[in-house]
Design a protein. Structure first.
Lengths: 435, 352
């Protein structure tokens, strides 16, 4: 069957095949995005000035749900406290868990939200909710926060990916399906799930650099002839291919061996440390949104020992990232977000574990647009509920958007339907943002 | 002498509590029964033993975190906690007599007193076993033989220690399943053994670990060392590995075999040999708890019974007629059901 209604020439098949076959896995999302980008157009993005502002976001996704009590909201002196003591920080009156001594020296740079009340204690539902700021509707899947940020912050002529998501652990990988939905596949994340370097990015060994460029030139020529007289959608194919080419030439971005021994040392030897170091490389090169998932925090058994492994690593890596961005002059342009799908129950179960808890938990923001040193909200003494300033997922997503200069009440249009970036009634937590 | 096949205990008392009890120590007559609690208090559970005769006299103000190590000799009790302190208590006066504020640099996991009552041993997550003079509290030796980091670059943990029946040796066990045997007098390392089956590192699904070697006990003749913990786990979110025991030939430093329960899962928190070394008792749990008896020579489970909560520590009464246990929101007393003449006292009746 002829895939093209107007053409049955061998040239068409050759061009189309060569086009598709030439695209790496890493670039597949970009190719798929062509239709959506074109159909949806760039007119709905906010403004070019924002794109040129160089704002970027790194999300540290604490998959499985980290305990607020063992991180940002220690509550001493109750049956639920657990064995870790609170420690004072560089912000007078603010205490965090003793598991985070490095972050205790950097709380002036950080805004902790201790009053997340999100209502969904399931891994999948909670992850979807936190990544989108709202629940999907039966006939509408909302784009996740990464896709929105990628769309609004990515430069049109960018040669680097718009959205990179690292999720190496297999547990929970399907939770919180990352999606660009109606924004189009250009903003679908480049997922790195098995290794830190995207597969098939490298030029094949049996093709010389010269041949590689010659093929690209030939392809450009054929594509140019192929699109002549066809739809505007088809017109954007060469642009997508050029992005794939750009990606192939930027593979060094994914190679942290280029980093100095000092940099690698401060992020630490663990996979999470290496991935966050790579995230810094990516945002420095202009990738607008990078999500690094550290799994798996789901400590139903031995919560304290699990957090004894994971929190010090998190403390080291997050503090290293803050220092690194500051030293590079990027801290005011890069927003760091730390969250998972929920927190953990204050009640300690029989296995010395804590279970899922979405009623009163914590998230963190630092960097671009953030009011450092501020702690938002308060839980009850037993941490079973929010006592002051409850914050929901929509408010949190709105805060992220506003922090980087995006109006959360801006509307996209999906067909004729206007779709605001966050649902009506949700708004940014202004106290968390720089005045 | 109790026959291995005849070891049967029945749960007689169970007390529901608000606190988590991590450790226990018995007096010679077992009437005074103390437990280390999650709020830092040493709870007097004597009323649980003989309700009418005793008024509880808790020991407060010493610790500020989970009391995970408790041992008693005569009227002196030594406690250790996650607050890194080691405290000596005079039980007659009901007050502390000596405090080592910084006995360790990280969570203190266990305290034991040598059979002759001369040496106190403490183990902690700073991966050091420290030997103290029981009377003066003076530090005798620091035993360094466990790596501070796991092979996967996370902090390790040193959970347990136990003295040999003659008090000349002490064994220590850590998170990755390493056992080190030490000479008490010199503080020198004699040998080490590995029991990696107690440690599960999940490199693929969750990228962290669970488990650890949680309990140790020498046989009465000192020739066999029993260890307890949890077998390999598929889903490390939960304590879902089989209750696991591994026996070692002390002189050869070789494993004599592994026994795992097909019925119960979780951590073996305490192991104790019977007086003739023919049977071994293990207690622990996952969300719930259990009591397991093993035939040592056959390497088979004799009996296993469940209870309502995770058991953190147990100890036999001197005459073996009772087992006392503490755990998550509960305390227990079991009584021996089989009428048999008992000749010897238990050896190594608690070690976790």
């Amino acid at each position: 069957m002829n895939a093209h209604p107007n053409c049955s020439t061998a040239e068409h098949h050759l061009s189309r095949r060569s086009f598709l076959n030439g695209v790496s896995t890493a670039g597949a999302a970009l190719l798929g995005s062509v239709g959506s980008v074109h159909l949806f157009g760039e007119k709905n993005t906010l403004n070019e000035a924002l794109k040129k502002s160089g704002k970027r976001v790194i999300l540290l996704w604490q998959a499985g749900g980290a305990s607020q009590l063992e991180t940002w909201n220690p509550l001493p002196g109750t049956a639920n406290s657990g064995p870790f003591a609170p420690i004072s920080t560089d912000v007078p009156g603010t205490h965090i868990s003793e598991l985070m001594p490095e972050m205790a020296k950097r709380m002036k740079d950080v805004c902790a939200i201790r009053s997340m009340k999100t209502g969904d204690g399931g891994h999948g539902g909670g992850a979807n909710l936190m990544m989108r700021g709202r629940k999907d509707e039966p006939n509408l899947n909302y784009p996740d926060i990464g896709a929105i940020l990628a769309r609004e912050l990515a430069r049109k002529d960018s040669k680097v990916p718009d959205y990179v998501a690292l999720y190496t652990a297999t547990e929970g990988r399907n939770g919180g399906n990352l999606t660009s939905s109606f924004l189009g596949a250009r903003y679908t994340p480049m997922k790195l799930e098995k290794e830190m370097v995207p597969p098939n990015m490298s030029r094949q060994e049996n093709i010389s650099e010269q041949d590689h460029h010659a093929r690209a030139s030939l392809q450009a020529l054929l594509n140019e002839r192929f699109i002549d007289g066809r739809s505007t959608t088809t017109h954007s194919l060469p642009a997508a291919y050029a992005r794939v080419h750009g990606l192939m030439s930027s593979q060094d971005l994914f190679d942290i061996s280029h980093e100095s021994a000092r940099e690698r040392e401060r992020y630490g030897p663990t996979l999470f440390g290496e991935q966050v170091l790579m995230a810094r490389r990516l945002v420095e090169a202009g990738v607008p949104f990078v999500r690094v998932a550290r799994a798996w925090w789901d400590s139903h058994g031995q919560n304290f020992e699990t957090h004894q492994e994971l929190v010090p690593e998190f403390d080291r890596v997050l503090s290293a990232l803050i220092d690194d961005l500051k030293e590079r002059g990027l801290f005011d342009d890069v927003l760091i977000v730390a969250m998972g799908e929920f927190g953990r129950t204050p009640r300690i179960n029989g296995s010395l574990g804590r279970d899922h808890f979405a009623n009163a938990w914590s998230t963190m923001l630092a960097g671009c647009g953030i009011n450092g040193g501020y702690v938002h909200g308060k839980t009850t003494e037993d941490c079973q509920d929010v006592a002051e300033d409850p914050s929901n997922a929509g408010d949190f997503v709105a805060t992220i958007l506003k922090a980087v200069g995006i109006d959360p009440h801006h509307e996209y249009h999906h067909g004729a339907r206007p779709i605001p970036l966050v649902n009506p009634g949700h708004k940014a937590i202004d106290a968390c943002l720089k005045a | 002498m109790i026959e291995a096949k005849a070891v049967t205990y029945k749960l007689k008392k169970e007390e529901s509590r608000k606190d988590i009890l991590f450790s226990l120590a018995l007096g010679d007559d077992a009437d005074r029964f103390h437990a280390g609690a999650s709020d830092g208090v040493l709870r007097d559970l004597a009323p649980l033993v003989k309700k009418e005769e005793f008024e509880a006299k808790d020991l407060e103000g010493g610790h500020t975190s989970y009391v995970t190590g408790l041992a008693r000799h005569g009227n002196t009790m030594v406690s250790g906690a996650y607050d890194k302190k080691l405290i000596w208590w005079d039980l007659k006066k009901g007050e502390s007599t000596l405090v080592r504020d910084k006995a360790h640099n990280r969570w203190l996991r266990g305290v034991e007193i040598s059979p002759n009552g001369k040496v106190v041993a403490s183990v902690a997550d700073d991966m050091v076993c420290r030997l103290w003079d029981f009377k003066s509290g003076k530090l005798l030796h620091e035993l360094h033989g466990h790596d501070s980091r796991t092979p996967n670059n996370f902090d390790s943990m040193l959970y347990c220690c136990t003295f040999s029946p003659d008090g000349k040796r002490i064994a220590t066990g850590d998170r990755i399943g390493k056992i080190v045997l030490w000479d008490v007098a010199s503080g020198k390392q004699i040998k080490s053994m590995m029991a990696p089956g107690f440690y599960t590192w999940d490199p693929r699904a969750r990228i962290h670990s669970i488990g650890g070697l949680r309990s140790l006990c020498f046989s009465p003749d000192g020739k066999t060392l029993a260890s307890g913990g949890m077998g390999k786990v598929g889903n490390i979110d939960h304590l879902q590995g089989k209750a696991r025991f591994e026996l070692f030939d002390v002189e050869k430093g070789e494993s004599l075999g592994v026994i795992e329960s097909d019925k119960y899962k979780g951590l073996v928190e305490t192991v104790a040999f019977g007086p003739d070394g023919k049977w071994l008792a293990g207690t622990g749990g996952d969300h719930k708890g259990w009591l397991i008896f093993l035939d040592v020579s056959e390497k088979k489970i004799i009996t296993e019974d469940g209870v309502n909560s995770h058991i953190h520590e147990t100890a036999f009464s001197k005459d073996l007629s009772k087992i006392y246990g503490v755990g998550h929101n509960r305390a227990y007393i079991w009584e021996k059901e089989v009428e048999k003449k008992v000749e010897d006292k238990p050896v190594g009746d608690k070690a976790s």
